[in-house]
Design a protein around this ligand. Structure first.
Ligand code: MN
Ligand code: MN
Length: 306
């Protein structure tokens, strides 16, 4: 049985792409596959699975050596189980920069394309294989692309991603733009998450000069509800830095989906310094608004410097 999974802090693409690809393998190849997630789902992903009638994939608690795995929506060993290189990786489907670190015993099937979402690549692979996509699978794929592109607002969006969403929306029988608003409203309800839960909800670690950061992003249509929790979030950041030991600080970005801007918490000297140099602003207070910034992958991470 092949285990299909995406990254830690699972998002809608990591979760839906794992379900979609496990479906494809079971229905159209000789493989038997099961999708897994590597953590608790965010409220948007829960909404999506519920909407299209899927249950939450099982949590991967342990990966055994030689387990057959397929990785979606990442190629970064830091975002995968610590013993990933002991597993038998069969395939990687991803749309992130190649970071290196994964190793295999034999040649494997790797598809990394500069598109906005893993589901867009999976659509192309399935079309190439002559597969007919059923409505509920199309719904998951459409949701993943709308999520990764923030409803086509993100600069990562390509014309092909848009085109694929329109095709999937027809199959799913869904008005995709109205549906995207529903997804973002679901994502914005983070009342069920603790302050430390918010930090890990959508978070990746990056090296900047000689410092290590967690870059956490909350995408929301109601940034005020997050800002109202600022004091608690800062306490949770300090606890997280102490507890994890391998990071110097957390850059916490609140992305306002509708106004297309980010507010970053600049509560410490280090966060003030890195945000000042990276975005050429003079940070004086404990928050900084960055107009037009919505994408960690395309706008935040490439800009980061000390
Ligand atoms: Mn992802
Ligand atoms: Mn993705």
């Amino acid at each position: 049985m092949v285990k299909v999974f995406g990254h830690l802090s699972p998002d809608t693409d990591a979760t839906c792409s794992a379900i979609v690809w496990a479906w494809y393998l079971n229905e159209h190849t000789a493989h038997e596959a099961t999708p897994f997630v590597l953590g608790e789902l965010n409220s948007e992903t829960s909404f999506v699975l519920n909407r299209f009638g899927f249950s939450v994939p099982e949590l991967l608690v342990e990966l055994a050596a030689k387990d057959e795995v397929i990785i979606v929506d990442t190629n970064n060993p830091q975002e995968l189980p610590t013993n990933i290189n002991e597993a038998n990786i069969l395939q990687i489907i991803d749309h992130h920069k190649l970071v290196g670190g994964l190793t295999t015993d034999s040649p494997i099937d790797i598809t990394i394309r500069p598109l906005a979402c893993t589901a867009t690549i999976q659509y192309d692979l399935m079309m190439q294989a002559g597969v007919t996509i059923p409505a509920n699978i199309a719904g998951l794929m459409m949701s993943a692309i709308l999520s990764d592109t923030l409803g086509f607002r993100s600069p990562t969006t390509t014309p092909h991603d848009k085109d694929v969403v329109e095709k999937l929306a027809m199959i799913a029988g869904t008005d995709h733009l109205a549906y995207a608003e529903e997804m973002f409203a679901a994502k914005s309800d983070v009342s069920g998450f603790t302050d430390s839960g918010l930090i890990k909800l959508d978070s990746k670690k990056f090296e900047v000069g000689d410092k290590n950061f967690r870059v956490s992003v909350i995408e929301t249509t109601t940034p005020a509800t997050i800002l109202a929790r600022q004091a608690g979030i800062i306490e949770a950041i300090k606890a997280c830095v102490t507890e994890e030991g391998d990071i110097d600080d957390v850059l916490f970005f609140i992305v306002d989906i509708l106004n297309e801007e980010a507010t970053v918490l600049t509560y410490s000297d280090l966060t003030k310094q890195v945000i000042s140099s990276s975005f050429e602003v003079e940070v004086t207070t404990d928050t900084e608004v960055l107009p037009g910034i919505v994408s960690r992958k395309k706008q935040i991470v490439p800009a980061l410097k000390l």
